[in-house]
Ligand binder design. Structure first.
Ligand SMILES: [Zn+2]
Length: 403
């Protein structure tokens, strides 16, 4: 990881650092007294009074109960206010959008899903903005504080501009996701690549809350990894860190949407699995899939037949092997404590993970093989919206400059 450039010290920056330090302490160690906060952070009692006052006014923390006194008055304890506000998480996919509201624990309060009539950027962004306007009206009517809107988006996202630089869907090039939604809503929006948002969701609200080094792998329409190193999201120099879907695994393989040949994505993504089944029918006319029109062959149908149908069995075996290679690769490269898998391919076949682990164990250096914890996300199909909401939480806790 490159050394960070020194940040310019200013009063505003110091205030932000102090605010983050206090908020983190209250979240991790609360209920906690102001005196203990001052001791732990090294800040003066008057600074703590001022910072906690501002956090209470924002409903991020609240006074909970009286603590145990060493002598004299019993101190008032401060606690993180998980119900103090709402986060909005938006997951945009190629063909649909999901919008959820959550509390500050990432627990879902409400969720709605809606398909897009077509895949044009204009339809996707306008439809999303229209649904968001309805959700915002409901939030305003509830009088509960809204802390922000996070949007997870497939493709390569520039987190500074919130633009999608590349999405594999034909006709989609550079898309101003953040600019368009902000102009429509009149509110700031955070945009991040889908799997990175999911990694943050696991880090703040899910299985990886006690973990500092995490890789989240999403296997869906595309394949990618979100990487958290020492508690920081790692995006790389050109926002392409974790693009494991484009690791070449077969020099004679199929053409990938990125233009290259034999990428991992051409082996284990949902469209690749369906394509392999359709192509495989030429050699397996006896397959139960033969009677189904090609346009109706789905991932679920292929996986449902994985035990009884030789074609589906072969495909399932190969997907599990390449999934194992994907996991082994990130373990060898990043040496994480935990790897979490998400996405429709993982959701629809639990055994994939177990089979994949067999390949992974054979390919990982022995020092890490038995120690890395490989799990399926506990959020199921909601991993994307929870991750999008976690973008807002991450920004709230870590501050915009330190995310
Ligand atoms: Zn590729």
């Amino acid at each position: 990881m490159p050394l960070q450039k020194p940040l310019k010290a200013s009063q505003e920056l110091i205030q932000e650092l102090n605010r983050i330090a206090v908020l983190k302490r209250v979240r991790d160690k609360g209920p906690i007294s102001r005196a203990d906060l001052a001791r732990e952070t090294g800040l003066s009692p008057s600074a703590i009074t001022s910072l906690t006052g501002a956090l209470i006014r924002r409903s991020l923390i609240h006074e909970k109960e009286l603590g145990v006194s060493r002598k004299g008055r019993r101190p008032v304890l401060l606690e993180f206010n998980y119900g103090g506000g709402i986060l909005i998480g938006v997951e945009i996919e190629m063909d649909k959008v999901a919008i959820a509201t959550t509390n500050l624990r990432g627990s879902l309060l409400n969720i709605q899903r809606c398909p897009f009539e077509d895949h044009s950027p204009d339809t996707v962004l306008k439809k999303t903005a229209s649904l968001l306007r309805n959700v915002l009206e409901e939030v305003r009517a509830s009088k509960i504080s809204l802390y922000g809107i996070g949007v997870s988006f497939p493709g390569v996202v520039d987190v500074q501009t919130g633009a999608c630089l590349f999405w594999a869907d034909p006709g989609w090039g550079y898309i101003e996701v953040k600019k368009s939604l902000e102009a429509d809503l009149g509110l700031p929006v955070l945009v991040e690549e889908d799997v990175r948002a999911e990694a943050l969701g696991e880090f703040w609200f899910g299985l990886a809350q006690e973990v500092s080094n995490l890789v989240c792998i999403r296997v869906d329409n595309g394949v990618g990894a979100g990487v958290i190193i020492d508690g920081h999201l790692y995006r790389g120099t050109h926002n392409t860190a974790g693009e494991i879907g484009h690791i070449m695994v077969d020099p004679d393989g199929a053409r990938c949407t990125c233009g290259h040949v034999g990428c991992l994505q051409t082996k284990i993504s949902a469209p690749a699995i369906v394509r392999q089944a359709i192509e495989g029918l030429q050699h397996h006319p006896e397959s139960a899939l033969s009677g189904i029109p090609p346009g109706e062959i789905t991932l679920q149908k292929i996986f449902d037949l994985k035990k009884s149908d030789p074609l589906c069995q072969d495909i399932f075996e190969e997907v599990s092997i390449f999934l194992g290679i994907a996991v082994a690769t990130v373990v060898n490269v990043y040496d994480p404590e935990m790897v979490i898998l998400t996405g429709s391919v993982i959701e629809q076949a639990d055994e994939l993970l177990e089979r994949g682990k067999v390949t992974e164990t054979r390919q990982v250096l022995r020092t890490a093989a038995d120690k890395v914890d490989i799990q399926k996300s506990g959020f199921g199909e909601n991993a994307g919206v929870v991750g999008a909401a976690a973008l807002v939480f991450h920004n709230l806790i870590s501050g915009p400059r330190f995310g």
